[in-house]
Each structure stands twice: as C-alpha cells, then as structure tokens.
Design a protein around this ligand. Structure first.
Ligand SMILES: *Cc1c(COP(=O)(O)O)cnc(C)c1O
Length: 481
C-alpha cells in the first residue's frame, strides 16, 4: 500500500462557473489523438512483453493520491497511459497470445464500441430506443443462420430468441434461475432442486446454482476424453429421484474450459427430456467456431435443448462484453424475469408486438452492444470470419500432430478446436518444462491441471496471431524439452 495523505479541504462554495463538458471541437481533436494512440498501441504490441512485469501496488504508486480537483489537459491523460497503465497490462491482443482463451478485439469492434458510447442510449425496453432492440434481434437471428442453430431460435419467426448478455456466466446464471423458477412454481422446494454438469464444467454452473438458490449441484464423471458419461448422469439423476429430490437443470459443455472436451448433447438431451430438466449448452468458447459447418457434429442434438450460450468476446473478434444467449422458447425466460414497475409501462410493450430485453436478463439498463458485432460482421464478412477460424483450426491441428509424433511430448486430450493440451512425456521433467515455456516473454502460454496432470494449454485464435507465431511456439517447446 502507498502512504496516504489527507484529502485537500473542500474549496469555498464561491467561484466562477463550473467547467463545461469538453467542447465538441476539442472532443474531435482529442478523439483523433485517442484513435492514433490505439493504432500505435496495436501496431507495437509485438515489441512488448505479453506479461506485465509490475509488482503489486506499482500502478497505484504511479497515480495521484487524490482525484483531480481541476480539469487536466488531455495530453497528460494519454501520457499517463504510456507511463503508468500500459506497463501494468497483460497484452491479451498480442500476436503471441495463446494463454487461457482468446479475448479477441478488432478495429471494427473498437469503433462499434466507441460509436455506441457516443450515442449513449439505454435499450432496456423497445420503446427506450427501438433501434437497439431491433438491430440486436436481427444480428442474433443472422447468427442463428450462420452458426447452424435451430431456426425456431430466431426471434422473428420462432418461439425462441437471442439476446446479448454481459458474459457466459451471466447467461448460465439466468438459465439456472429460469430452471429453479419453473420447478418451484410447480411445487418443488428450491433446497431439493438439483443441477447437473460434468466435473469439467465451468465454475459458472456452481456459482449460478448458488445465485439461483438451487440446493444441490452434481458434478458428474467424465470419460477418457473428458466428456460427460451419459450413464453416470443417468445414475446420478436416478439416485436423486430415489432420495426425493427434484432434478431441474443439466448443462452440456461443447468445449470445456480445461481441454475443450465435448459432452454428448443429444444423449444428455434425452435424459433431460425424460425428467423435465432445463437443458443448457455452454459453448462459451467453441460455439462461434460453428460458423464452420464441418464442426457442427460436435453439437448434434441442439433441436432438443432449452438454452445455449457462446461468447462473441472470445473467438469472434468482438471485444468484451458480448455474450450471445439463445432460448428455444422465450416464454419461461420472460415469465421468470418480467416485473413491470409503473414508470416502465408503455403502449408498445402492452401491445405484445415488441421485444423488451430487460426481461431477458438480470440488469435493467443495457448498452448498444449489437453495434460492435454488426460492424465486425460487416468488416470481415461471415465468410472472412470462417476463413480465419479455419486457419486457427489448421494451425492447432498441425501443432498437435507434430507434438503427437514426437516422443518427448504427450498430447493429453483431443484437439477438436483451437486448443492444444500437451505435457512433457517424462513426468520427472514436466514441471521444469512448464516453468520454462510459461516464462517466455514474447509468447503468452499458461499451464493448467486436469486429474492431477499438469499440462500446457496452447490456445490458438488471437486476432493478430499468424502461423509464424505458432511456429515460434513449436521452437520454444522444442528447445525446452
Ligand atoms: C470462458 C468460459 C466461460 C465464462 O465466460 P465469461 O463470459 O467470462 O463468463 C464459461 N464457460 C466456458 C466453457 C468458458 O470457456
């Protein structure tokens, strides 16, 4: 912690008029300078280390102890970015970024975000800014087509519909709340309700079950490829029914966070249907890759599920936050979340002819997030996005094959998408190997652990990554082995 000084005393209440907002000519000038700053930042990323080297408290020590009392010149704002902020950034947009999952941004997305902020509108209801709702519904309907999702999920024709949420976690929490509400309305006690997922499922399932007040979570066994075992799920459900509990929710993962394992969606859907459970599909990372038709067999069975989430803010060049959530039937969602205070009543809502997205998630207020996704689609074209994803898939498969063919390495899980999961074949050398490769400064690589096995996750899919960066990874691994 830095030493603190007492805040300066309040100034006397007399004085000149308070400053106006930045005048629009200055805004124009400063805005151009800010875009220049971003372009320079992106153009020079490769010369910077991926990982920030700051010590705890170092960024804070570079900031004033108190908020600015008087206006400060814009040049100083930018100078502090370079001096104080950038050294404290982990460079997720670096071309060598292969840690965790990608969190892609792109120039079109940045501009869409900026323009949305410039409009500064709230789209909680159709009537509070009709274009926010209608652009969002349209873009999500387009994505139903392009991702090969069931046509009934379109908001214009189907009983279902799509909505942008802040994160996959929020979307999953929402699905859990709907499942809980449906069950308790039918007479179940929340503390007897049970949610199921594989033991490789994302932590948002457990967190969301807590948020929703669902009494029990069962993390079901997986097979050798880390996919949920259908028989283990059926047995867990049977045991809970036997004990008088109420199964209400099951999550299938299409691309787990650990190793991108794929659960058998259709087989799980059959169990879900038999017991009236809400079936949610978490495809946060891998779902956007379904732009490529050859991958869609991984999510066969979507015609039988209740909800689905994928993150445009991971592998679709759209900066955080932009999580795409669909329901097969919007009725239960809106029934669960719609509460209408008198000040939000309006003729359009009461006509039933419009979508009011405030009823589709927890927050009331909502930004114009569809704009950046629309602009990403316009910038690359969906075929352009497909091509880039196919490049990533090729590079990942080539790397996985090369590692697989080399006796020094062991690929520990299948590579259905852009993630390669690998360890040193000699258990005695694995820790040193991982320490060496994750210490690289110009490549962002991170280790993880599954079933007691530590391994390297090489996640290929960042915006500016080229094949040569994947080649650099190979060279690093080759040297470190
Ligand atoms: C990344 C991820 C999440 C969480 O995504 P957020 O949008 O950050 O909440 C959930 N599930 C899976 C499978 C993920 O890969």
């Amino acid at each position: 912690m830095t030493a603190t000084s007492p805040p300066p005393a309040d100034p006397p209440a007399v004085g000149g008029p308070p400053p106006e907002p930045m005048d629009l000519e200055a805004f124009r000038r400063n805005g151009h300078a800010a875009i220049d700053w971003i372009a320079d930042h992106l153009a020079t990323l490769e010369d910077r280390p991926v990982w920030s080297g700051v010590e705890p408290g170092e960024v804070r020590a570079g900031l004033p102890a108190h908020a600015p009392r008087d206006p400060e010149p814009f040049e100083d704002w930018l100078a502090d970015l370079d001096e104080v902020v950038v050294p404290g950034l982990t460079q997720w947009q670096h071309p060598g970024w292969m840690a965790y999952f990608p969190a892609n941004s792109s120039p079109a997305s940045i501009l869409g975000e900026l323009v949305a902020a410039g409009m500064g509108v709230q789209g909680m209801l159709w009537s509070t800014s009709p274009a926010v709702t209608e652009v969002e519904s349209t873009v999500l309907d387009w994505m139903v087509e392009e991702l090969g999702l069931p046509a009934s999920w379109r908001v214009d024709t189907g009983p279902g519909g799509g909505v942008i949420q802040s994160s996959a976690s929020d979307a999953t929490h929402t699905a859990l709340v709907v499942a809980r509400h449906r069950a308790t309305q039918a007479g179940a006690a929340a503390e007897d309700c049970v949610a199921y997922a594989s033991n490789q499922a994302h932590s948002s399932i457990e967190k969301g079950a807590r948020v929703a007040g669902i009494g029990h979570v069962r993390l079901v066994e997986v097979d050798d490829a880390f996919a949920l075992r259908q028989a283990a799920l059926a047995a867990a459900v049977a045991a809970d029914l036997e004990a008088g509990r109420t199964p209400v929710f099951v999550c299938s993962a299409v691309g787990t966070t650990g190793t991108t394992a794929v659960d058998p969606v259709r087989a799980i859907a059959e169990i879900a249907r038999r017991h009236g459970m809400w079936h949610h599909v978490d495809a946060a990372y891998a779902g956007t890759a379904m732009l490529c038709g050859e991958l869609r067999h991984h999510q066969d069975g979507l015609d039988l599920v209740d909800s689905y989430v994928t993150n445009a803010h991971k592998w679709l060049w759209t900066n955080f936050d932009c999580s795409l959530f669909w329901v097969a039937d919007r009725g239960p969602l809106v029934d669960t979340l719609s509460i209408v205070p008198p000040y939000l009543r309006n003729a359009a809502s009461e006509s039933g002819a419009v979508v009011d997205y405030r009823d589709w998630h927890v927050p009331l207020g909502r930004r114009f997030r569809a704009l950046k996704l629309w602009w990403v689609l316009r910038s690359f074209g969906v075929d352009g996005l497909r091509g880039r994803i196919r490049d990533h898939l090729d590079w990942a498969h080539d790397l996985a094959d090369r590692l697989d063919a080399d006796a020094r390495f062991r690929v520990i899980a299948p590579t259905p998408f852009g993630l390669v999961s690998v360890c040193h074949a000699d258990p005695g050398r694995n820790d040193d190997f991982l320490a060496t490769v994750t210490a690289a400064r110009d490549l962002g690589l991170a280790a993880s652990e599954v079933d007691g096995q530590r391994f390297l996750r090489i996640s290929i899919g960042a915006t500016w990554t080229r094949r040569e960066h994947v080649e650099q990874v190979w060279e690093l691994l080759d040297r470190a082995a």
